[in-house]
Ligand binder design. Structure first.
Ligand code: ASP
Length: 426
């Protein structure tokens, strides 16, 4: 019997199709990768038989040739791993982070019509394992490519912490004068249902055809295959565990939309344009940063835990509240704990777990007391972005007062001074 990875001949009433059998438990189709690189789905009901022509062998996998067309722009792909750079291990059936760069390009032959691709392997990891040192490594690789004079960079990345990385890179890469687009996929690249090809192709078209400069994210707009969107680096969140349109702009709008069929690109708002500015790398990150989510029934020990930390993000309730008000004695203790953190030099900042809307330090007593205690309100900044930004500020600036001023100042589009009503769930 034919197994995924085998070269097969699928016989149907309409004729025969030859290619590599792909794993596909999700639909009622037999998926075959054709020799031109495209996947085709054949309704299982129509299949008469599947003959194995050649058994799978790890050594027979194709690699893409990187030829150069001087009329096309150059894009570098920096691989960090994740599902987009994973494939099904035909022997075990599991997904492994295992693509080498040329192989990924070989999988999507269409890419070669858009640009010349060069690629480098930075990591082969799942993004939940990322640490600040990886942000430095990626930023260093971006700097090298910028110096080479490439027209744009695609960073292939796991989706789980992709939005943390995009925020980190937006802060580190000051005065970036080319597009750096992070691309992920919710299904591995060699599956029939993968979103990898469309996101990669749309990101490449966006880099090749527009004057955008800065960091962005390219993922599906909706679960269908109509459009991919370019999302803002510091205001995007993974909002669904499995949908292809998991990434959404929060308190913001996507920057641009790319139609996959027509390849037409439409900007949806103002954006940073390419210039001859010189890239400055500010790659410091402070390790001792905490992030705590407020909830009912808290104890002061939860806050005391962060003694010695240089920064703490409190993801408060509502407009930015922690349980600090009487009559509960336990709550007064929490306020005492936060006060003593601030006194000992920890920079404590506030975001909201509502996600949409802005925090406000002057409406309710809890927030008034917290801001009196020295907690800095981060307006509408996402907690994840505040966590990255606070670490980055502490890693690059010395003066604590300046850090407190900068955390609440918009540096890379992380604060939206005018949240529009339509910047909310549809
Ligand atoms: N856990 C994986 C990661 O973030 C999921 C993915 O790649 O999309 O690396």
């Amino acid at each position: 019997m034919a197994k995924p990875g085998d070269r097969v001949k699928v016989v149907t009433k309409e004729g025969e199709i030859e290619g590599i059998l792909m794993p596909n438990e999700e639909t009622d189709s037999v998926v075959v990768k054709l020799d031109n690189g495209y996947n085709i789905g054949i309704d299982k009901k129509k299949v008469k038989k599947i003959d194995a022509v050649k058994k799978y062998s790890a050594k027979t996998e194709k690699k893409g040739k990187l030829s150069v067309n001087k009329k096309l722009p150059t894009i570098s792909i920096l691989h960090t791993g994740g599902t987009i750079a994973s494939k099904v291990n035909y022997e075990t059936g599991g997904v492994i982070a295992k693509f080498d760069p040329a192989e990924l390009i070989g999988l999507f032959p269409e890419l070669k019509e858009i640009a010349n691709f060069d690629s480098r392997l930075i990591e082969q990891m799942f993004s939940e394992d990322m640490r600040f040192e990886h942000y430095k490594k990626i930023a260093g690789a971006v700097e090298k490519e910028v110096k080479k004079g490439v027209d744009g960079i695609i960073i292939t990345h796991g989706t789980d912490t992709l939005a943390y990385s995009s925020a980190a890179l937006a802060f580190v890469l000051e005065r970036l004068n080319i597009p750096v687009i992070l691309v992920g996929a919710q299904r591995s690249s060699d599956r029939g249902s993968s979103d990898a090809a469309m996101n990669l192709i749309c990101a490449s078209e966006f880099i090749a055809k527009t004057d955008f400069a800065g960091v962005g994210i390219c993922m599906h707009e909706k679960p269908d295959d109509k459009n991919s969107v370019i999302l803002p680096a510091c205001k995007t969140r993974k909002m669904h565990t499995s949908r292809r349109d998991a990434f959404k702009a929060i308190n913001d709008t996507p920057i641009a939309m790319i139609n996959y069929d027509t390849r037409k690109i439409r900007f949806l708002r103002d954006y940073g344009k390419r210039s001859d500015s010189k890239l400055v790398i500010k790659e410091g990150f402070e390790d001792k940063i905490g992030l705590i989510k407020c909830h009912p029934n808290m104890f002061r020990e939860q806050f005391d835990f962060f003694k010695g930390y240089k920064g703490l993000v409190i993801e408060g309730t509502g407009l930015g509240h922690a349980p600090v008000d009487p009559p509960q004695r336990l709550n007064i203790n929490i306020l005492e704990s936060i006060k003593s953190l601030v006194k000992s030099g920890t920079i404590v900042v506030m975001t909201s777990q509502c996600l949409f809307g802005s925090t406000h330090p002057h409406v309710y007593t809890a927030a008034i007391n917290l801001s009196k205690a020295g907690v800095v309100y981060c307006k509408d900044m996402l907690s994840e972005t505040a966590f990255i930004k606070l670490s980055w500020l502490l890693g690059n600036y010395k003066d604590k007062e300046e850090i407190k001023r900068l955390i609440a100042t918009d540096l890379r589009g992380e604060i939206n001074p005018r949240i529009e009503p339509e910047q909310y769930l549809e």
